[in-house]
Design a protein around this ligand. Structure first.
Ligand SMILES: Nc1ncnc2c1ncn2[C@@H]1O[C@H](COP(=O)(O)OP(=O)(O)OP(=O)(O)O)[C@@H](O)[C@H]1O
Length: 362
């Protein structure tokens, strides 16, 4: 696969903070790429370094075949879409989009006809037809998002960086815009690098997902691979869909504060042992229905927890249990393939999963 951007050994510090700590990765061309990481992991810094707004201490950035470390931002051919849209409130939709073309430092367009043709075609591409002369103070949040994107795309960048582009929108609009952003990207055929702190957004949108951890890329993979095989316990933790255990290995088991967990699932190397089981791989059984501990089926793992509360979302229920060490354990039950169970608050239940479904880091 051809790469459009190659980053090698990027280091960026602010005082004592290493925001980028020797980060290396190469990004494929013509893809939607999500960049996921916890707060403070360096996501915004990485975008700003790629765009040329921040200087690196060391490392190399190669873009479309050339090293661009010393190239000023407006000559990089890389567009940037800001979270707050940064539109000019006194200009119309089409004037906002045309502004960058007529006023940019490099290659400003002076031919009014050419500007108008390019603005019109980009308005069609992002689905803003009919709103050309509307003031940007009189359009919806989703439409403002599209104006911000159009203003970047009209300059024909070879790559677009988006910093939490959906963060300012309400939940319904956010999920609709996910789909639209992917469609717009497919129509223009350039790589989008989209920063988000939301694991669901990253997994839903990215052809490739990058997970950033303390200034380095912890994992780069297709979204289903990141979801089902996070490379480390830290990545599993950011994904917010795994219960994690730590402990010590004895023979073929992990000895934890809540019991002995047999190690049978996919094993990945790690400095300190950890064990992860996905929220949707767990069954909840009343203790009376469940076999005694010494009768647990050989392919299953069982622990016990006290039911705390549940959250109903229509298609799924999220149930929360307190384990004996005080940790909260989460179970996700999809109601399309299981009927809703009635659980008694404060009662103890067996939490059961298949050994093979666990991920082991050791
Ligand atoms: N201008 C700055 N001056 C000092 N420290 C900074 C500056 N910008 C970022 N940092 C620090 O660098 C680290 C990475 O910050 P960055 O904003 O890139 O993280 P992030 O992953 O985008 O976080 P968030 O999701 O909270 O926006 C953090 O520890 C942050 O405090």
């Amino acid at each position: 696969m051809t790469s459009v951007l190659e980053l090698t050994g990027l280091v960026k510090t602010y005082g004592d903070t290493r925001a980028l700590d020797g980060l290396s990765v190469s990004l494929p061309e013509n893809q939607y790429i999500s960049l996921l990481g916890p707060s403070g992991s360096g996501k915004t810094t990485l975008l700003r370094v790629i765009a040329g707004f921040e200087k690196l201490e060391s490392g190399a950035i190669r873009f479309a075949g050339s090293q661009i470390n010393a190239t000023p931002p407006h000559r990089r051919g890389i567009g940037f879409v800001f979270q707050n849209f940064a539109l000019f409130p006194h200009l119309t939709v089409q004037e906002n989009i045309a502004f960058g073309l007529a006023n940019r430092e490099a290659d400003a367009l002076t031919d009014a006809r050419e500007i108008s043709d390019r603005v019109r075609s980009i308005i069609d591409l992002v689905g803003l037809s009919g709103l050309e002369t509307r003031a940007v103070t009189q359009i919806s949040g989703g439409q403002k998002q599209r104006v911000a994107l159009a203003r970047t795309l009209v300059t024909e960048p070879k790559m677009v960086l988006l910093d939490e582009p959906l963060g300012a929108l309400d939940a319904n609009l956010r999920s609709r815009m996910r789909h639209e952003l992917r469609e717009i990207r497919e129509r223009c055929g350039v790589t989008f690098l989209h920063v988000t702190g939301s694991e669901t957004e990253a997994l839903a949108m990215g052809d490739t997902v990058l997970v950033l951890d303390r200034g380095r890329i912890a994992q780069k993979d297709k979204s289903d691979a990141v979801y089902s095989r996070p490379i480390s316990a830290d990545v599993a933790r950011f994904l917010n869909c795994y219960n994690l255990f730590s402990g010590r290995i004895e023979g073929d088991a992990l000895i934890t504060a809540v019991g002995t967990l047999p190690l049978a699932g996919l094993r990945q190397p790690a400095a300190s042992p950890a064990y992860a089981i996905r929220h949707d791989r767990i069954s909840v059984c009343a203790l009376s229905e469940q076999a005694q501990p010494d009768e647990v089926r050989p392919d299953e793992v069982r622990i016990e927890g006290r039911f705390l509360a549940e959250e109903y979302t229509g298609s799924a229920i999220y149930s929360f249990f307190a384990l004996d060490d005080g940790a909260v354990f989460e179970v996700e039950t999809h109601l399309s393939h299981r009927s809703r169970q009635t659980l008694e608050p404060q009662s103890r239940y067996a939490l059961v999963w298949k050994k093979e479904d666990a991920l082991v880091y050791a």
